[in-house]
Design a protein around this ligand. Structure first.
Ligand code: HEC
Length: 175
């Protein structure tokens, strides 16, 4: 599950090495390194691509996509169902990954809320996957959003895969 970001860093490392070591006569415009560089740079365009699809007010986690009350309900579910492994402050431990901060963004940055929802629902808790009502998983998702500093809004998250699938988890509001 962490192979994607890792490989990105790996490619960056390769690029840096290539840039540092290769003299002008060695560098080739069509080399694999040059091509990966292009696709890395373009990956920052995900937000505009979502915007162009035309549907949504909510296209990122910064758009106020859950409500405060929902996050409060989620906090209660989290304490009951998740905190034994991921800890009360969501920071995880040597067994279970952190669900907040830079570790969370490392795993989930530039992925959709739909991906995160599906992972939680189908894998968690590890000893009883898919054992909660969908609404409880959504509420927990809202609590995780709140804990990561994404702002609440007026309406609740709903279990609509198309909607969740287009909301991107991004590190900043894309200004
Ligand atoms: C019995 C311990 C346990 C409980 C309870 C538990 N988790 Fe986990 N969780 C883990 C472990 C271990 C991993 C890492 C291995 C894995 O992904 O299966 C993990 C991974 C995750 C991930 C990352 C999954 C991925 O695909 O990268 C998320 C998100 C998560 N848990 C959320 C939750 C939520 C939300 C709850 C409560 C509904 C919960 N977990 C309950 C142990 C637990």
């Amino acid at each position: 599950m962490i192979s994607r970001p890792r490989s990105s860093f790996f490619v960056l490392g390769l690029l840096a090495t290539a840039t540092a070591c290769a003299g002008p006569s060695v560098a080739q415009p069509g080399s694999p390194a040059a091509q990966s560089g292009g696709s890395l740079a373009e990956s920052g365009g995900a937000e505009s691509a979502v915007g162009e699809s035309g549907s949504a007010l909510a296209e990122s986690v910064w758009a106020g996509i859950y409500s405060q009350q929902q996050a409060e309900r989620g906090a209660a579910h989290y304490l009951e169902t998740c905190s034994s492994c991921h800890s009360e402050d969501l920071r995880g431990n040597s067994n279970a990954p952190s669900l907040i901060g830079s570790s969370f963004m490392f795993l989930w940055g530039d992925r959709s809320l739909g991906d995160l929802f599906t992972s939680i629902q189908t894998l968690m808790p590890t000893n009883a996957p898919n054992s909660l009502p969908p609404q409880s998983y959504l509420d927990i998702l809202a609590f995780i959003m709140e804990s990561n500093g994404f702002p609440p809004g007026t309406s609740e998250l709903v279990a609509d895969p198309a909607f969740l699938g287009q909301i991107m988890i991004t590190a900043r509001s894309g200004l």
